[in-house]
Design a protein around this ligand. Sequence first.
Ligand code: ZN
Length: 321
Amino acid sequence: MVWFAGLFGLVLAAQAITTNDVGYLRLTFYNNGEGDGSGKTGQQDWSEVQVNDMVASAQAWANILGNTAGRMVDVHCFWTNFSGSILGGASSPYVGNYVNAQTYTEYVWRNGVNYTRPGGSYADCTITYDMDAAGFAWNFGSDAPTGSEIDFRSVVTHEIGHAVGFTSTYISSTDKWWLGGITAWDSWLRDDAGNAPLANSTGTPGNFTQVDDPIWFTGPNAFAANGGANVPVYAPTTYAAGSSLTHLNESSYPSTLMTPGVGLGEMVRTISAVEEGVLLDLGWNVIPEPATLSLCVLLLGGGLAARRIRRAVRAPPPPRA
Ligand SMILES: [Zn+2]
């Protein structure tokens, strides 16, 4: 019996938690059965190639975002078994002052605050991926995906994009923005009638139409990068929890990082000029990349955390009404 106990110990040692620092992002990988204290537990080990994919995707953001963080941003990474077409999700708690809100990631990195998380907050950002790629197959590594694969690096890069600001505190169950504040992203959203988000409100001056298909991101840098036009934001006529209000419009940008879906064989690991404009409008110092760089939202109760979900769509994406 002692011998078996020893063997068990060896197995645990081989699954030690791995941490990689990429710029200001501190990625911690939780293997099968390992938890971070939040109640979340990994359901599958991280392979070396998967860790390398995470690092490469985090590097894409570290290369382009020039702000000096107040401390390292803690990103916890898990494999799990999502149902349906969900490929991955990112969640980051919000800190707000009843007017404006930031994810912890934004607060620490963009605002440069050395923030001590309140008790019960185990990470600045938690990213979780579906073990079976929503019933398809993941493409791991630097090579391009085949036509029957979902590109892991594309999904990872997308999820980190939510943590750095492609996110809304809108709560569909109450049709209000979080009482703690609206995000920088929210502050630039307008519906067709010109209504804007407002903390603890349905909108100002009137009730914001979150199903305007699309709504508009009106930040001046994104406007300029989009050829002198406001940027359409995904807001289908049937509200899509986890996707509405937090992505660029899929039909307007069929192959762009921050759209709600990714197709089989689609590889988007780079941040587009329009997305760089968005980042500038969010208050980031954006470092232009000479070459290439190498990513959904279901608000949970109370607006305290946003869960972002990337869904698989078959290639080519189906036409939308
Ligand atoms: Zn997303």
